[in-house]
Design a binder for this molecule. Structure first.
Ligand SMILES: [Zn+2]
Length: 98
């Protein structure tokens, strides 16, 4: 009963720790058709996507160069800094005040 991949549930995998999630809990990073890599808070931007489950995993994936591989591109330090900034803005909004 396991011959086909379920089409309805999209399984996302964190590129850093390998955790999977079908919900929208994972953070998406997308390489647009123009080759611009950015954080995708909507999770729906066109292009090739990679997922991480947290800012920590983004940092780990960044360190290990896993985002380059997942997105099949070469990310520069500036790109990575920008994405990290975009991500922290978004995640801090979710977390709210301490
Ligand atoms: Zn993770």
């Amino acid at each position: 009963m396991d011959q086909t991949t379920p089409a309805k549930k999209k399984q996302r995998t964190c590129v850093a720790c390998g955790a999977t999630d079908t919900k929208r809990a994972l953070l998406r990073i997308v390489r647009s058709p123009l080759g611009v890599v950015s954080f995708d808070p909507s999770g729906r931007a066109p292009g090739r996507g990679a997922y991480v489950c947290s800012a920590e995993c983004f940092a780990a994936a960044r360190k290990a160069g896993k985002l380059d591989r997942a997105l099949r591109t070469k990310l520069g330090e500036q790109d990575l800094e920008r994405i990290a900034g975009e991500m922290s803005r978004d995640t801090s909004r979710c977390v709210g005040r301490e």
